[in-house]
Design a protein around this ligand. Structure first.
Ligand code: ZN
Length: 75
């Protein structure tokens, strides 16, 4: 890992990282931070931290909240 700070979606967007969302059921989704920011704005969420985002995301397969949110390696 590098020393880049990835505390918010804006950081991910700035560093061109994807957001990797892991669910306990094994589902892994790579999300584009720009798409997520647009979705957050569209829904009117006041969410800027990754923790806050994790509380709002649900797995499309099992409906649970993400087990882990972090930088996606590669594209
Ligand atoms: Zn799941």
């Amino acid at each position: 890992m590098s020393s880049k700070r990835l505390d918010s979606l804006a950081d991910y967007a700035r560093h061109k990282y994807k957001l990797r969302v892991d669910c306990a059921c094994g589902r892994v989704v790579m999300m584009d931070p720009h798409d997520l920011l647009a979705a957050i704005l569209a829904r009117g969420w006041k969410v800027y931290s990754l923790e806050g985002l994790a509380m709002r995301l649900k797995c499309e397969r099992c409906g649970k909240r993400p087990k882990r949110i972090g930088p996606g390696l590669g594209q």
